[in-house]
Design a protein around this ligand. Structure first.
Ligand code: NAD
Ligand code: IPM
Ligand code: MN
Length: 370
């Protein structure tokens, strides 16, 4: 039986609550003999800051480097609003992405049939929606130098963030997007702002060049990122794969989440390059949402984004596509049976908390796996 070493990093806020539900599912897979998952846990974000004064320790980074997959909850919150910038909770997640080389962030926005009326968009716009946002995750304005606040001679302050992209960075994310499109609807929209940004000009040029090896079966359309944001709420089903930079991908994926019903529904996979020698790649799986300070600690969070992120780990890191499909079916089944956390609540449905939703998914999974 295959054995996988997982590092669980629940983090802060609702990440702690939703990770409990993932652990129950891991436990089920272990007991049912489908695989052996060895799990270790560590602190990240504000929890790591409180214990160690940093957003992630070198020891936790070392565990992440050695794991087959990292399962991440969420970080941040008002408690850490005034900690030094370098050790703010979010810095832990950014270090994981950068040091593990997780350049490809896959954010699927799927509208489950039972949730077509839970979306803030009309049913006919979202029914059957299945978009994959491919976000570049280790470059751009998130990481480039200079990145600082300086005081000028006249006493005024000036803040600087820098956006840089190189040919090879754009090539590898474009390839990831075209490869995915080939397994889906064969259509890629590349979103940038070549009308304003030099990085947009290069992005468009390189994506066009990479596309030559994928034409004519994969179709490419360039779209300005602002128009892409508008089209996502006008007619989201026109999209199959959207490839975009780090910052646009952050914003567009939160927007796409609402088409599915809630930010609490969106999982993601952050993947590194495949190692030619071992055939493996570094990977971290995380919900798209944050620590949700407004509902944290109350047992109200929707655990589906974190559970489905573990589903992506089964698919992309464990070669357990059949089990990932079962987990997706279990989520769809529980939603069809009317279970709803507050964020996706509709009249006539059964409102439940985090543990009840996780428990219902686990029960459904057990039935399906029999
Ligand atoms: P957020 O995603 O935490 O919350 C936005 C809204 O969505 C809130 O109203 C929240 O209650 C709701 N929401 C999010 N996830 C939900 C879920 N699973 N179930 C039900 N409702 C859910 O974004 P924010 O409020 O802008 O940020 C809060 C903190 O989280 C900040 O410190 C931010 O930096 C951090 N953050 C972390 C991550 C991460 O760890 N990956 C991602 C985004 C934001
Ligand atoms: C996300 C989050 C992160 C980001 C933060 C917490 C660093 O918003 O994963 O979407 O901006 O990438
Ligand atoms: Mn975000």
């Amino acid at each position: 039986m295959a054995t996988f070493n997982l590092l669980l990093l629940p983090g802060d806020g609702i990440g702690v609550e939703t990770m409990v539900e993932v652990e129950r599912i891991i436990d089920f897979f272990n007991r049912s003999g489908r695989a052996t998952f060895n799990t270790q846990s560590d602190l990240v974000g504000g929890a790591a800051y409180d214990a160690h004064g940093v957003a992630i320790t070198d020891a936790a980074m070392d565990k992440a480097q050695k794991a087959d997959a990292v399962i991440f909850g969420s970080v941040g919150g008002p408690k850490w609003a005034d900690v030094p910038y370098a050790v703010r909770p979010e810095a832990g997640l950014l270090r994981l992405r950068k040091d593990l080389g997780l350049f490809a962030n896959l954010r699927p926005a799927i509208c489950y049939p039972a949730l077509a009326d839970a979306s803030s968009l009309k049913r006919e716009l979202v029914e059957g929606l299945d978009i994959m946002i491919v976000r570049e995750l280790t470059g751009g304005v998130y990481f480039c130098e200079p990145k600082e606040i300086v005081t000028l001679e006249n006493g005024e302050k000036r803040a600087i963030d820098t956006q840089i992209y190189t040919t090879s960075e754009i090539e590898r994310i474009a390839k990831a997007a075209f490869d995915l499109a080939r397994k889906r609807g064969n259509k890629v929209h590349s979103a940038e702002k070549h009308n304003v940004m030099r990085t947009g000009v290069l992005w468009k040029e390189v994506v066009t060049e990479v596309h030559r090896s994928y034409a004519p079966d994969v179709q490419l359309e360039h779209i300005l990122a602002d128009n892409c944001a508008m089209q996502l709420v006008r007619n989201p089903k026109q999209f199959d794969v959207i490839v975009t930079d780090n910052l646009f991908g952050d914003v567009l994926s939160d927007e796409a989440a609402m088409a599915t019903g809630s930010l609490g529904m969106l999982p993601s996979a952050s993947l590194g390059a495949v190692d030619a020698a071992t055939g493996k790649r570094k990977a971290l799986y995380e919900p798209v949402h944050g620590s949700a300070p407004d509902i944290a600690g109350k047992g109200l969070a929707n655990p589906i984004a974190t559970i489905a992120s573990f589903g992506m780990a089964l698919r992309y890191s464990c070669d357990m596509g059949a089990e990932a499909d079962l987990l997706d079916q279990a989520i769809a089944g529980v939603l069809a049976a009317g279970y709803r956390t507050g964020d996706i609540m509709q009249s006539g449905m059964k409102q439940v908390g985090t543990a009840e939703m996780g428990g219902a998914i686990l029960d459904e999974l057990k039935k399906l796996a029999d």
